[in-house]
Design a protein around this ligand. Structure first.
Ligand SMILES: Nc1ncnc2c1ncn2[C@@H]1O[C@H](COP(=O)(O)OP(=O)(O)OP(=O)(O)O)[C@@H](O)[C@H]1O
Length: 350
């Protein structure tokens, strides 16, 4: 059995979580295949990629959560400060229970799944506060009401007495953000936290999530499909493809000058700021492979305009680029200056 607390490895003190060779498998095949990356203290790290890339299962593994029936290996280690590192892969339930809500919290897509239907929102928040801080009922209730105020819930003292089903979807997600951040954790993992909301609310709720994590001093790992959200809310980005690292680095750099053809393809598929009449969006042709039908080499090779024989046979490992980013592609140096052209099926201007 793996040790629960392990000697600190030599990592930079600004690293909160180090993920090394993470593998998550199901009966249907491997969903995450040897993923390594760091989450730094206080940063917003976006995890992007098409459906099935393994974003959700990776995000949950950062909290030590393993889906039923899954096998998990590798290492997810949470670092100090001032405490021994905690290994989350293979951790016992008690270790995880001590972590959740205290040092790490989840904001899921569906707020209802995070809230109990049989307790008022205020009671649930107060219970979360009491479990960590050992305050009296009265003090914990006051902290809960203040937390609801901080997430923009008007008339918070009264609203605290309502049940989750009496809240609108947006208010419920605000309450979940209050719950996740009230104990000032070091890590918040948010899995598509606004997908279930009306489009006009999404920006506000994301702003709030980032602001509350910032106020708590928490790193935020934000799973999203939306490169627009990455651009507006994240510091760094991890691009995943078929359970592997495709590219990672600072958002401004990755989204301005991608190194991986896959990132370039995702960017090329974004609607342009000023659409030209008759312009067709470039798209990555085909679909990602499913875990039961992974090709032998780079999983993106069948869709990649740059792929050669080596790509089709040899798995690319992440390598550091001249500008200190990481890319997993044999041919990243060959990516042209305007890579969108590679994915342009047909451009017509009226
Ligand atoms: N509980 C499960 N049982 C079996 N397979 C699963 C389970 N959860 C995830 N998978 C598989 O693992 C792979 C990765 O799933 P995951 O949900 O992490 O992808 P994702 O990138 O988050 O996709 P999406 O954006 O659609 O949520 C998929 O092929 C999925 O079918």
């Amino acid at each position: 059995m793996k040790p629960e607390s392990v000697k600190p490895e030599k990592v930079s003190s600004d690293v909160l979580l180090s993920v090394r060779d993470l593998r998550i498998g199901f009966d249907s095949g491997p969903a995450v295949r040897g993923l390594s990356f760091d989450v730094r203290r206080g940063e917003v790290l976006a995890v992007v990629g098409e459906s099935g890339a393994g974003k959700s299962v990776t995000a949950r593994a950062l909290l030590g959560m393993v889906p039923r029936g899954a096998s998990l290996s590798g290492s997810v280690r949470m670092h100090g400060p001032g405490t021994a590192d905690v290994e989350l892969v293979g951790a016992q339930r008690a270790t995880l229970a001590a972590l959740w809500g205290r040092r790490a919290a989840l904001v899921p897509q569906d707020a209802l799944s995070a809230l109990s239907p049989v307790h008022t929102v205020g009671d649930q928040l107060a219970a979360a506060v009491r479990s960590v801080r050992g305050l009296s009922r009265g003090r914990a209730h006051a902290v809960a009401v203040a937390a609801l105020e901080k997430v923009g819930i008007a008339d918070a003292a009264r609203r605290a007495r309502a049940y989750p089903h009496e809240f609108s979807g947006g208010m419920r997600q605000r309450a979940v953000i209050a719950m996740a951040t009230v104990n000032e954790p070091e890590l918040v993992v948010a899995d598509e936290p606004t997908t279930a909301l009306d489009p006009e609310l999404r920006g506000q709720i994301l702003d709030l999530l980032v602001e509350r994590c910032d106020a708590a001093g928490a790193a935020l790992v934000l799973v999203t499909h939306d490169l627009g959200v990455v651009r507006s809310h994240a510091d760094r980005v991890l691009v995943m493809y078929a359970g592997r690292h495709a590219e990672s680095g600072p958002v401004d750099e990755v989204l301005t000058r991608p190194h991986a053809p896959y990132t370039a393809g995702l960017l090329a598929s974004l609607p342009p700021d000023e659409p030209l009449p008759g312009r067709r969006l470039p798209a990555i042709s085909g679909a990602p492979p499913t875990p039961d039908a992974l090709p032998p080499g780079c999983a993106f090779a069948p869709r990649c305009p740059l792929a050669d024989e080596r790509c089709r046979t040899e798995l690319p490992e992440p390598e550091e680029t001249y500008d200190s980013r990481a890319v997993s592609c044999h041919r990243w140096r060959e990516l042209p200056e305007s890579p969108a052209q590679l994915f342009l099926e047909k451009v017509t201007t009226a």
